[in-house]
Ligand binder design. Structure first.
Ligand code: 13P
Length: 260
């Protein structure tokens, strides 16, 4: 079964709702002009919460074939949780995806593997596809090797996930995020294959075969094709390079300009 590649743009805390409109329109027209809205690659954008309604309206009105996602969600459904956002609210805004356990949330907001697992459950409960992020720091890589941290993080995140659940895994080595120090395609492949093996062990061969495993960390138009050639890399979670329409479009068009 062929997995549809997923190229996802994590905007992090960038682009307000007005900038979001200009960006999404530009990305859409750049891809359309290039004849690249043919569904061969799924495109997803993950704006800040305050942009989501605006982006949803634009996507809807102009029939733009981009999936929409949020960068986080609450473990709770509703109630006295100041500042939190429920998965139910995201679903109402037509979000299909939600990023969970990004290293910036683990690092700056103290998100533990257990919180990540609870957020995965919350996402599934509300019909959102979790994009589960895992990855090691340089220190952890040196101490325990390339796969141990990511394998352990994913194992906890998948606890209680049913075998037929749809989710995405993103391997984002912390040392490659926003640093320009990109992992080699071989390094990405090694960990992505190990993560697919975790899915197979926990949820079975079918789940492992259909689930998309992404690489993230300093992905650019100049290196995307080398990752996409790897058998266990099914797409990319892009940060900085997803904020420039021409560059993100070039990443999405990786098949065209390098001929993978
Ligand atoms: P960069 O592409 O800016 O390195 O960020 C990667 C990332 O964290 C995506 O979630």
């Amino acid at each position: 079964m062929a997995r549809t590649p997923l190229i996802a743009g994590n905007w992090k805390m960038n682009l307000d709702h007005l900038q979001a409109v200009a960006f999404v329109q530009k990305l859409h027209w750049t891809l359309k002009d290039a004849g690249h809205e043919d569904g061969s690659v799924e495109v997803a954008v993950f704006p800040p919460f305050t942009d989501i309604r605006t982006v949803q309206t634009l996507i809807d009105a102009d029939k733009i074939p981009f999936a929409l996602g949020a960068q986080d969600l609450s473990t709770k459904d509703a109630g006295a949780y100041t500042g939190e956002i429920s998965g139910a609210f995201l679903k109402k805004l037509d979000c299909g995806y939600v990023i969970i356990g990004h290293s910036e949330r683990r690092d700056y907001h103290g998100e533990t593997d257990e919180i990540v697992a609870a957020k995965v459950q919350a996402a599934l409960k509300h019909g959102l596809v979790p994009v589960i992020c895992v990855g090691e720091t340089l220190e952890q890589r040196e101490e325990s090797g390339p796969t141990a941290v990511s394998v352990a993080q994913l194992t906890v995140a998948l606890e209680g996930v049913p075998a037929d659940a749809e989710f995405v895994v993103a391997y984002e080595p912390v040392w490659a995020i926003g640093t320009g120090q990109v992992a080699s395609p071989e390094q990405a492949q090694e960990v992505c294959a190990a993560l697919r093996a975790v899915i197979a062990d926990t949820l079975g061969a079918d789940a492992a075969e259909r689930t998309r495993v992404l690489y993230g960390g300093s992905v650019k138009s100049g290196n995307i094709a080398s990752f996409m050639r790897e058998p266990d890399v099914d797409g990319a979670l892009v940060g900085g390079a997803s904020l420039v329409a021409e560059e993100f479009a070039a990443i999405i068009r990786y098949q065209k300009h390098v001929g993978v």
